[in-house]
Design a protein around this ligand. Sequence first.
Ligand SMILES: [Ca+2]
Ligand SMILES: [Ca+2]
Ligand SMILES: [Ca+2]
Ligand SMILES: [Ca+2]
Length: 486
Amino acid sequence: MGATWITHLSVRKAVMPRLRSLRRPAGTSGAVLLATGLAATGLLVGWPGSALAAPVTTDPAQAAAGWLAAQFVDGDGDGVGDHMEVTIDLNGDGEITDDERFPDYGLTADSVVALAAAGVAGEASTAASDYLEANVELYVGDADVDDDGVDDPDGEYYAGALAKTLLIAAVTGRDGADFGGVDLVSRLLFTETPDGRYSDVSEFGDFSNSIGQSLAVLALARTAPDELSAEAKTFLAGQQCADGGPQDGNVPLTLGADACAAEAASVDTTSFAVQALRAIDFGQSVDPALDFLLRSQDDDGGFSDLGVTNANSTGLAAQALGPGERDDEAVEAAVQWLLSRQLGCATPPEQQGAVAFTDGPDGTPVFDDRAARATVQAVPGIVGVGLSDVDAAGSSAAAPRLDCGPAPSPSPGPPPTDPGPTATSTPTAPGPTPSDPGPTAGPAPTGPGLPVTGTAISEMLLFAGAVMVLGAGLLLATRRRAGLHR
Ligand SMILES: [Ca+2]
Ligand SMILES: [Ca+2]
Ligand SMILES: [Ca+2]
Ligand SMILES: [Ca+2]
């Protein structure tokens, strides 16, 4: 399907910021909440027939990565899944047609990181990276508006997307200076302000945040360390709370926010920032940020953001705390929390291997539309590899599936009696349906696409309206609205 829905420049410019809004909080609980908006949409397409021949594994991280690869949709028609998709029921008829399916570039990139962390699914990783290259300007912005081969100052440069894509180039061993024909390094540097902030250059405003800053520092440290300015290092370090109080070491999502305010506490953002700061010499210690994370850990080993203990935050914190860095027991507890949320052999085949976002009301992992976004963050945490080190080199080609005995076959056979080897994954109840994530699952739709309190969902519905109407006034209102919570 590719970009057939974006054919005219004005339409592209209208839609691009919506996509940016969609991907912007990737890796945050906000993104997780967004994933709720994928309800009833077919993002989770189930296990493709070809995957039935996939090798099996008892390794939790590899099984989770294999599940992720199985969610990839085939965008270029070669029969190989290559990207994650977001679907939006624009006309509200309860069904998803082809023009209501959109690539989710940010989640696709996150998936590449997860596959690399697990060291499997090299074929899927290559397909996804090729897809990101082929569509790079739809994600990072079209800086060369007139397509004369020279970037234009009045083009679109999205700092966070440029940073994440450059990180993908590093992870996959591709040339960040020629990624799909785009010099990601020079474009990212173009967004740097004199004070060291990587800011969106866009006619729609600047929505850059601390996660993007962290990704930019990480990506440049890996690909072009000489281009990492002293200002950029100190700018990120300067986002931390340093008052010695309960939020000391916290890095808020919003740049320039009061980092010491209770409402600015963010396990997710701090976890990204720790990884970036650890990758550079910025003249200070990362200990305060690590201490903040350790103070934030729940008694059961999990981490929460926005009040919900979840696999995203726990996976990110596990990446940041890292094995052997500060507190092995804290890391091990976080990993165990993640493993106990992995869907095991007692669940339907299309769920096996996924890591649930959180628990349902009955205390068992709930499989819903947030699973993909949760799993991409959980895998590197389980493996114990961070964003400064994760590398796709040497990954095996195939995407394995969790070893649950004989694969399901069209002809009815004896039911599998072996519950499977993943002792840590023992959900026995099927849990609530995706349309009923339960009261502990955070903002969630009460029906297809209907938000309760999720701002990301509101954003999504506004996006949907914008796509349908493409009215300048509505777009402006959408933009303004979208900016309210970031
Ligand atoms: Ca393909
Ligand atoms: Ca529809
Ligand atoms: Ca262009
Ligand atoms: Ca140009």
